[in-house]
Design a protein around this ligand. Structure first.
Ligand code: ADP
Length: 463
């Protein structure tokens, strides 16, 4: 088996399960092949006058058999590459929020420069038969830069966020350059069939690509394979976290506090793609239209701080604080508050307990590549008495999780009705839906995802 070289914006120690899904997914193959994981160190070095000392410095570290190679960035590069272009242009447009994109700021040059820097640092570490797997929207042009330096290895890309259809994608002034860069890969992985169809439509209508069968498209003098690989979670790991002391304690505390009430749960990064204001409005509509839920249903909404230096995120925070205060003011009682809004990250070890205690989970993004919280909620349930997942049809996960209650999060009344249905769903129906959902997330877990992707990359023709 070839050595795996993984590249992502952030690098984690794969021995640390708490480092998250990607570390778990890649850790197995990285370990088995004595692999290399390359990316930004997470460190920003201040630019000194007349130069950028420290920028681009390569740090090598060993984590068992895996080598971690990371590069520092200067403040200017970080701000323009990460905040400016990746999160100020690509993130909003790829999540269909053209209105929030800042096309004029001129960050593209730095986005490109940082990708060139990464290519220069990575290329000398590569061996001829390495298999390279590059992750996410920060690094779209990295393969093209590596190719320009003469790298002929198999290179795959996985887009963790959605790919919008051509009328939205083409609002990015540099869309052709970005899509041409994608054709430098041998395999492009998407989260959903919908994303894959958008790619195929773009390739055919804008780049004149011909589908060549076997998932292959030819354009810009290269042939690329494109497929959907929905990412999963490590179900066993989440289930075993749920048996741990902290999860149990959280579950018992929640059950004691909410014995007479029904708990609804939302757990998200604070991001405008997650549909949080719409979710609060739907919950408000539930209280207005189904008064039996007053003094009873409680929504715990946890929103972890994220990208706070980007304006749209700071605006969202103020909006959510205002809305939850207004709803609590309108409906709250001396002994009951409808919304508990928490602007913090919850410990991962407590999360399964919280999920298990919640009768209903509200996973209602306006747009999401996949959404792993939906899968974590299913994994955490008691199969004998499971809760109900209310899931946005605009999350990539909706293609797989058909037995959830699928909603259109823009339809506030419709979402309120679905929440009401979830709160009153009979046990037998909850059990049968949960059983199918659990089978699904087990069959396509995170290990399946990386195996399938790497198998396809190994099989794909080069160029
Ligand atoms: P995204 O990658 O856009 O943040 P996902 O749902 O795909 O969304 O993945 C989020 C991951 O981060 C999940 O594993 C989830 O448990 C975790 N997470 C999200 N919000 C929180 C939070 N408020 N506290 C703790 N963990 C969180």
């Amino acid at each position: 088996m070839s050595r795996l070289v993984a590249v992502s914006n952030r690098v984690a120690d794969p021995r640390n399960a708490a480092a998250g899904g990607l570390a778990v997914a890649l850790g197995e193959t990285l370990n088995a092949t004595g692999g290399l994981w390359f990316g930004w160190s997470g460190r920003v070095v201040e630019t000194a006058q007349g130069g950028t000392p420290g920028e681009g410095e390569l740090h090598l570290q060993h984590a068992g058999d895996v080598t971690l190679a990371t590069v520092d960035l200067s403040r200017e590069d970080h701000d323009a590459y990460y905040l400016g272009y990746s999160n100020g242009v690509l993130w909003p447009v790829f999540h269909y929020r053209v209105d929030l994109a800042d096309f004029d700021a001129g960050h593209l040059n730095v986005y490109r420069r940082v990708n060139q820097l990464f290519a220069r640092k990575l290329a000398p570490l590569l061996r001829p038969d390495d298999m390279i797997w590059i992750h996410d929207y920060h690094l779209i042009p990295l393969a093209a830069e590596l190719r320009a330096m003469g790298c002929g290895q198999r290179i795959g890309f996985f887009l963790h966020i959605p790919l919008p259809p051509p009328p939205i994608l083409t609002t990015i002034p540099q869309h052709e350059w970005l899509m041409r860069a994608l054709f430098a890969y041998d395999l492009i992985g998407f989260q959903s069939q919908a994303d894959l169809e958008h790619f195929a439509r773009y390739a055919q209508s804008e780049a004149g690509a011909e589908p060549m069968g076997d998932h292959r498209y030819r354009a810009f003098h290269r042939t690329v394979r494109a497929q959907a690989f929905p990412i999963g979670i490590d179900v066993d790991e989440f289930v075993s976290l749920g048996k741990g002391h902290e999860a149990q304690e959280t579950y018992e505390m929640m059950m004691a506090q909410y014995a007479r009430r029904r708990l609804l749960l939302g757990v998200d990064r604070m991001d405008y793609s997650k549909g949080l204001p719409e979710r609060l409005k739907a919950f408000q509509a539930l209280l207005a239209q189904y008064p039996e839920n007053r003094s009873s249903a409680t929504l715990i909404q946890i929103a972890a701080p994220s990208r706070e230096s980007v304006d749209a995120y700071a605006d969202l925070r103020r909006q959510l604080e205002g809305m939850s205060g207004a709803i609590n003011g309108e409906y709250g009682e001396l002994d009951w508050m409808p919304i508990r809004y928490i602007h913090r990250t919850t410990s991962r070890r407590r999360l399964p307990g919280l999920c298990r205690a919640a009768r209903v989970a509200l996973v209602t993004p306006l747009r999401d590549g996949m959404n792993l919280v939906a899968k974590e909620y299913i994994a955490a349930q008691d199969p004998d008495d499971p809760g109900v997942l209310v899931l946005s049809r605009f999350a990539g996960a909706a293609e797989q999780l058909k037995e959830a209650l699928l909603v259109n999060p823009y339809d506030i009344q419709g979402t309120a009705q679905a929440i009401q249905q979830a709160l009153h769903m009979p046990l037998a129906e909850r059990q049968s839906r949960h059983q199918k959902l659990l089978e699904n997330i087990r069959a396509q877990d995170v290990h399946w995802w990386s195996r399938e992707y790497l198998r396809s990359l190994a099989e794909s023709d080069q160029g």
